[in-house]
Design a protein around this ligand. Structure first.
Ligand code: NDP
Length: 419
């Protein structure tokens, strides 16, 4: 029996909410709250006769701690699932802390306004000290560790697929397959095709910022930064086939380097088609990825927000997308004195996702882990006061839940390694 407040009602939240409603014995009551209440009402109306979960809706501006506190204090949830945007992570964490509620999200904090002088100061210092320059990092949310611990509250960060399941794969490898892990390669392949020359599979602003930033990886105790898209590899993915993939900075590298300190190298690769890359480069060159407002015919517009309005809504890609995703981790290291390599991954079919929850596989592979993470917290398996990432918890019940709820693992005992 639980009451859960879900904040956000976009592509990922739609999947997570539909999946929560398939486990009504745990998710007994849900409140869906977002900026645009009509979207919450439409989803609640659609689910009304399909589940025994009691659903209510609310409007909330999640940038306002006061509005969030008023909603939390009136609904009194056991858990707040933040499935809005990374921009809202800190305000929602702050509200949870003030109201005494456990918290979870699917992506780590980054500011909406990257020109904000206060944020910029911390960002510049971090770039110098740590040596990577992506806009997002864990420092802002890790700053809440002591406060959550003292309040006896649990915050679970980044419980989507990557970050999220990839870290559970690492915890599983460490627990069952290796005595020592030397290298981790996280491989994120989307073999899907939506038929558009250019569209992003999740929030365009967040996606384009991530992809256009310099890449970086962890090696021998420090970050190595490289120009965006400058390391390319080819890989033959199970059930997808050969794809080009590029090294990106990704948030879970930071927490994995801290939590599995013996690892010598951690890299993250994502596949991209040539059409996507050509469009992105062109948009970047003409300034359309900028977050700095410009004045256009008397109106202030933010170029990347205007671009978002022009691009297809990721939620609309579901019926058009065919093909599969393949996301997982390749490890090298030692077990019982012997060298070994090992690969764990999930393959997910876009059209099967659409038939089940009216969404493509990118939102599905994020929304299902969010539901399973909430399930772990609500059933007490992943409750530990403080602010934690997925690899800090027991991976076994989480991976069992993923197997059961639509994202089963596949294992390859002797994989081809990435050069
Ligand atoms: P969408 O843009 O589709 O949805 C975002 C939702 O948040 C919308 O409902 C939006 O409302 C709402 N929202 C935005 N700002 C506010 C606000 N100030 N107050 C209240 N609600 C607000 O994004 P996605 O569903 O694609 O992504 C959701 C999250 O999942 C993001 O944080 C993203 O980074 C993360 N993600 C994580 C992945 C992983 O593997 N870990 C992979 C993919 C995504 P409105 O309808 O009014 O716009």
């Amino acid at each position: 029996m639980s009451r859960v407040l879900v904040i956000g009602c976009g592509g990922v939240a739609n999947v997570a909410i539909r999946k929560c409603c398939m486990v009504p014995e745990v998710f007994t009551e849900l409140c869906i709250a977002s900026r645009t209440k009509s979207k919450c009402d439409a989803l609640a109306a659609e689910l009304k006769d399909k589940t025994t979960t009691k659903i209510t809706t609310a409007r909330v501006n999640a940038d306002s701690v006061e509005e969030l506190c008023a909603l939390i204090n009136s609904y009194k949830p056991d858990l707040v699932m933040n499935i809005a945007l990374p921009y809202q992570d800190l305000s929602i964490m702050e509200a949870c802390l003030r109201c005494g509620v456990n918290y979870m999200d699917t992506a780590n904090y980054e500011p909406e306004d990257t020109d904000d002088p206060e944020w910029r100061k911390v960002y510049d210092k971090r770039c110098k000290e740590k040596g990577f320059s992506a806009y997002f990092d864990y420092s802002w949310q890790w700053a809440y560790r002591e406060k959550f611990e003292k309040a006896g509250l649990t915050a679970l960060l980044g419980c989507g697929f990557d970050p999220g399941v990839t870290q559970a794969y690492c915890a599983y490898a460490k627990k069952h397959e290796f005595d020592e892990i030397d290298t981790i390669d996280i491989l994120d392949c989307n073999g899907g095709d939506h038929g558009y020359a250019f569209a992003t599979n999740f929030n365009p602003e967040v996606n384009l910022r991530e992809v256009s930033a310099p890449g970086s990886y962890w090696e021998d105790g420090h970050w190595v930064e490289i120009p965006a898209m400058s390391i390319k590899r080819e890989y033959d993915f199970d059930q997808v086939g050969g794809k080009d993939m590029y090294l990106l900075h990704h948030e879970e590298i930071e927490s994995l380097a801290e939590n599995i300190p013996e690892v010598k190298r951690i890299r993250f690769f994502m596949t991209f088609g040539q059409s996507y890359l050509t469009h992105m480069k062109c948009l970047e060159n003409v300034g359309m990825l900028s977050t700095t407002p410009i004045n256009f015919e008397g109106h202030e517009i933010v170029p990347i927000k205007f671009l978002k309005a022009l691009l297809p809504d990721p939620a609309s890609l579901g019926p058009r997308t065919h093909g599969k995703t393949n996301i997982g981790c390749i490890f090298t290291g030692r077990k019982d004195g012997k060298e070994k390599s090992w690969y764990i991954y999930n393959v997910c079919d876009h059209q099967e996702c659409y038939r089940e929850v009216a969404s493509q596989a990118i939102s599905y592979t994020t929304g299902v882990p969010a539901m399973c993470g909430a399930l772990m917290m609500l059933t007490g398996k992943w409750i530990q006061p403080g602010v934690h990432t997925v690899e800090e918890f027991d991976p076994d019940p989480f991976l069992d839940a993923l197997d059961q709820h639509g994202l089963p693992r596949s294992i390859c005992a002797d994989p081809v390694l990435v050069p």
